[in-house]
Design a protein around this ligand. Sequence first.
Ligand code: FAD
Length: 421
Amino acid sequence: MTEPSRLTEPAPLIELAEDATEVQAFEAADAWLRANLPGDVLKAALDADWDAVGAFLDDPQRGPAWYAALGDAGLSTPTWPRECGGLGLSARAAGAVADAVLRYRVDRGMIDFVGLALAGPTIIFHGTPRQRERYLRPLARGEHRWCQLFSEPGAGSDLAGLSTRAERQDDGTWVVNGQKVWSSFAHIADYGLLMARTDPALPKHRGIGYFLLDMRTPGVDARPLKQMTGDAEFNEVFLTDVRLPADALLGEVNGGWTVAITTLMQERNGLTGLPAVGEGRADVLLRRARDNGTLAEPVLRDDLLRFLVEERVLQMTTVRAHAESGRKAAGAEGSIRKLVNARLEEKAGALAAEVEPLAALAWEQGRQNSAASYEFLVMKQASIAGGTPEIQRNIIAERVLGLPKDPDPDKNVPFNERQRG
Ligand SMILES: Cc1cc2nc3c(=O)[nH]c(=O)nc-3n(C[C@H](O)[C@H](O)[C@H](O)COP(=O)(O)OP(=O)(O)OC[C@H]3O[C@@H](n4cnc5c(N)ncnc54)[C@H](O)[C@@H]3O)c2cc1C
């Protein structure tokens, strides 16, 4: 195979009609992967040597070249329109592409979730032709990493209560001041999705702007926060007199909430994984339990098998939800899967400790922690990220079931006259 090496000249998209069936999409993607994966990596994947595949993706030369080739072929972004570097496929056919890529485990990792799942679709829906042209192709090729600058110390679940300020200057540029928090991977991101208050005299949802921020702009200071796992992928981001050009605004002035809804719905839909059915958390836990003998314990075995079934059901529901949405934007129903996923993630953490009880308590000197302790410690993350279970329940109640809204006395009050701090 010729190793993909050019990062500037895009290779052609794979040949696949926009109305391709699932079988056609799977076969085309699988054939492309077999023809373009380097021989050693293809062999490693077929032998299920996932460490070797992981080493390939982590290689500073080969990994980026591979992601660029995957992006050029349209396989990183199969639902995006063709003019934006995607294949224009239906969600159903795109799910088959995801299945093919998952088979070899050579897709982009969670670190690119904000870029591919949030920034891309939001820019496709709300961006000007120039913004689409500028941001989408590098994103699909893995050249730019994105972060999400929404949450603040005083605005998480009540995101519309954010107080980072963007002030419009006479020349149309903006000056931003404020602080964000929990910004995953902001310290290594090239761009950020930034929400900031553009008019405090309007009610809280109406006076917000949505900006595309170049993280290298002077005044942007991302400081990693150390977590109890030892990781530090979260950040506080301080914004001090950050000057943004007029075309950094995505959507209308004061219309940022509408844009943010697109991002948030994508997030709730995307956080339950790709629309593909295959190896998941349960398979890994079952393997570990088989290897160390804990699978022989009947209660634990029962719990693991129940978990396997629930995880597969969630995967299949994700496939169905994507298929049913066609090419439409994600809807509020995504909150149902987000809620189920939160419960499963917590269960996976608890099961990891039960499968390897000793490893959950102690590990070799010099190692940060064991897999079991790590998984136990991160089990709450996925339930909070992208909105807590309580907030998902509110969304399901209001937007799916049509029940009365959560009372919010500040909703129609100008932001700078509201009662709450
Ligand atoms: C792993 C991870 C990654 C994250 N990444 C990012 C990121 O990249 N960018 C970003 O901007 N943010 C990120 N976040 C932040 C995340 O969006 C917020 O933590 C989340 O929205 C909750 O906000 P909060 O932490 O301020 O909690 P709060 O809003 O203060 O909530 C505290 C508690 O009150 C409950 N509560 C609040 N309001 C209500 C209500 N109306 N009804 C019932 N209960 C309620 C909540 O459910 C929760 O239990 C991340 C969080 C995690 C855990």
